[in-house]
Design a protein around this ligand. Structure first.
Ligand code: G6P
Length: 612
């Protein structure tokens, strides 16, 4: 979380920084700031979004060809003007932006106070810049040295950029556990938390690894080292992203655009990896690990949020098709639980961003115990993608809306293909089921398109339920995780309480909540448990609850008892989650818009959670 961006070159930095911050705003948006060097070191910062910062800066001089900017998701200290980054050192000669948490900041701060430093903010970041300044003065070293010594004293996570009034041609950057990428342009350099602010200027980038520093000097080549002062040769990569993918393209919100992109993003996630005609699957990223899967005694999925829900669907898929026992773990619980891990375990980390701190730590734990670690990530080159032994990208394209939509369905598409591939390799699936599955998967993008055509009808249902104070989401089997995901989408962006439950569990508690005020969304597309879900619906109706049912097209029985139904096209049961979640995304979206909520940047949330 927190977005950082910096520029050094011949252009004016301010417009580049502001545009960059807007692209990074999904990472945090409670305050923002920029620092510009132009003889003077000028800092402009305030509480609120980047648009508030623009208004705040309006009318003041914004000159400088070296500068940096930050958009914050508060960890230490309230989101206010003072705690906003950049932060100045005591002498006001040094400035820093920081993403991460300095865990030993309290003891460092205490020692600095003893040495005469005073603090204006509640942040851990101000401690770090004063530590750098103290070292610089005490040891009589240059800025690069001082940063390196300071980073050897801190415990925690950081991506930082430091600038100094006395070094008007240099930026110093470093990272550990929080991402940082350098863009290399023509006589100019960019730094950012991800490549989105860089892409319109250059495609050539260098991703910093943990404990690496970059010394970026105007007109010179980048110098990279580890914080142990070992030289590093910059590895320049070419970005595959395109700029259009980062714009709203005529939609009111990124979330709506991303919901509507799903036919394409699912197609892109499957493209080149399967042929339903030939009956073949090619997953290049895991091809050398198929035998490990064949021999595996257990698969453990680790993830957070929406990606954890994908893991739950994967549990059904891998057990059902490949007959491998599966566990699905919240990464944050797994990492601190002293879990039992074996060398023949396969641990699969699922993450849209590839940066989620808990997922990363959980996979590192699994790796240290000798398990094989596989990644399912969306962001190419992200930390999790780089730290895993092997993996498959989801290829959903950049997801900007904080509430995940197209990344979820892309994860389901890739996990379905993977489970099918492993099932075939293990000989646990019949040829006809295998072929039927592949044919159904190939048809999914088209079927998602058909679901999207019901957008207006779903909006009309949203109108009916927009004043609900609670919502219950029910599903069984493959669609139980979809109930969780539907409820998560709803509460994330409408701020209305919603709860997902296995339909049959309702009678053990949530049924007490049901009255005529309570919308109950039931995913009732399962063929295998159809009669049972009909009974669950009857139980809700008997208590005067309102039913919004997601059904398979042509359904008449549930249509006769539900208050509203939304149809999805027929597919095999294993793939219904990819279709049934789409109306739930739209329902949440429309209610959130009707309630005037900030759909793309819901309060208190961030897209990439790089703190634990
Ligand atoms: C945050 C986001 C969620 C996301 C979760 C896991 O909470 O707001 O949308 O599902 O992190 O993120 P990941 O990038 O690891 O999938």
């Amino acid at each position: 979380m927190c977005g950082i961006v910096a520029y050094i070159g011949e252009k004016q930095a301010y417009p580049i920084l502001i545009k960059g911050l807007q692209r990074l705003e999904y990472r945090g948006y409670d305050s923002a700031g920029v620092a510009l060097l132009n003889g003077q070191l000028n800092i402009y910062k305030c509480k609120g979004k980047v648009s508030d910062l623009k208004a705040h800066v309006n009318g003041t001089v914004k000159e400088g060809t070296l500068g940096m900017g930050h958009t914050r998701w508060a960890t230490h200290g309230a989101p206010n003007d003072i705690n906003a980054h950049p932060h100045l050192s005591e002498s006001k000669n040094l400035a820093i932006i920081h993403n991460g948490i300095i865990e030993n900041y309290a003891s460092l701060k205490e020692a600095l106070i003893q040495r005469g430093f005073s603090f204006k903010t509640e942040t851990d970041t101000e401690v770090l810049i004063n530590l750098i300044e103290d070292i610089k003065q005490k040891e009589q070293v240059d800025l690069e040295h001082a940063v390196r010594i300071a980073l050897n004293q801190v415990v925690g996570a950081y991506a930082i950029v430091v600038m100094s009034k006395d070094n008007p041609d240099t930026l110093i950057a470093a990272k550990k556990s929080s991402p940082l990428v350098i863009g290399i342009g023509q006589d100019e350099y960019f730094l950012a938390s991800d490549a989105t602010p860089i892409i319109e200027y250059t495609k050539n980038v260098v991703y910093l690894e943990d404990e690496e520093m970059a010394i970026i000097t105007r007109g010179e080549d980048i110098v990279m080292k580890t914080i142990q002062n070992q030289p590093v040769t910059p590895y320049i990569e070419e970005l595959q992203m395109n700029l259009e993918a980062l714009e709203k393209g005529g939609y009111d919100h990124f979330m709506l655009k991303e919901i509507f992109e799903q036919p394409q993003s699912i197609y892109d996630s499957l493209r080149g990896r399967m042929s339903s005609k030939e009956g073949t699957i090619l997953l290049g990223g895991i091809k050398d690990y198929v035998q490990k899967f064949v021999a595996a005694k257990r698969i453990i999925f680790i993830a957070c949020g929406t990606s954890w829900h994908s893991g739950l669907v994967a549990e059904y898929l891998f057990e059902d098709l490949a007959r491998i026992p599966v566990e699905v773990e919240y990464a944050s619980e797994f990492r601190y639980r002293n879990p039992v891990l074996y060398e023949d375990d396969i641990v699969i980390a699922i993450s849209q961003s590839g940066e989620t701190a808990d997922t990363l730590a959980a996979l590192e734990l699994a790796k240290s115990k000798g398990a094989t670690v596989i990644g399912i990530c969306n962001v190419v080159g992200s930390t999790i993608a780089r730290k895993t032994d092997a993996g498959c990208y989801t290829h959903a394209g950049p997801e900007i809306g904080v509430a995940s939509t197209k990344a979820f369905t892309a994860q389901l598409a890739v996990l379905s293909l993977m489970a099918l591939h492993i099932a075939q390799a293990r000989g646990s699936i019949t040829e006809s089921r295998y072929r039927g599955f592949l044919t159904a998967l190939a048809q999914i993008p088209k079927k998602v398109e058909e679901v999207l055509q019901q957008n207006d009808a779903i909006k009309a249902i949203a109108e009916k339920y927009k004043d609900a104070k609670n919502c219950l989401y029910l599903g069984r089997g493959y669609n139980f995780p979809v109930a969780l995901e539907g409820a998560l989408k709803f509460k994330e962006i409408t701020y209305v309480h919603a709860e997902g439950y296995p339909a049959a569990e309702m009678k053990h508690g949530p049924i007490a909540l049901i009255d005529e005020q309570m919308p109950v969304v039931v995913i009732a597309t399962n063929e295998s448990a159809y009669e049972k879900i009909v009974s669950n619906i009857q139980e809700v109706k008997a208590r005067k609850g309102n039913i919004i049912a997601i059904v398979t097209e042509g359904d008449t029985q549930i249509k006769a008892i539900a208050d509203f139904t939304i149809e999805i096209p027929h597919t095999i049961e294993e793939l219904t989650p990819i279709l049934s979640v789409v109306p739930l995304q739209l329902l949440a979206y429309h209610v959130a818009v009707m309630l005037g909520c900030h759909v793309d940047q819901p309060r208190n949330l961030a897209k990439s959670v790089t703190v634990e």
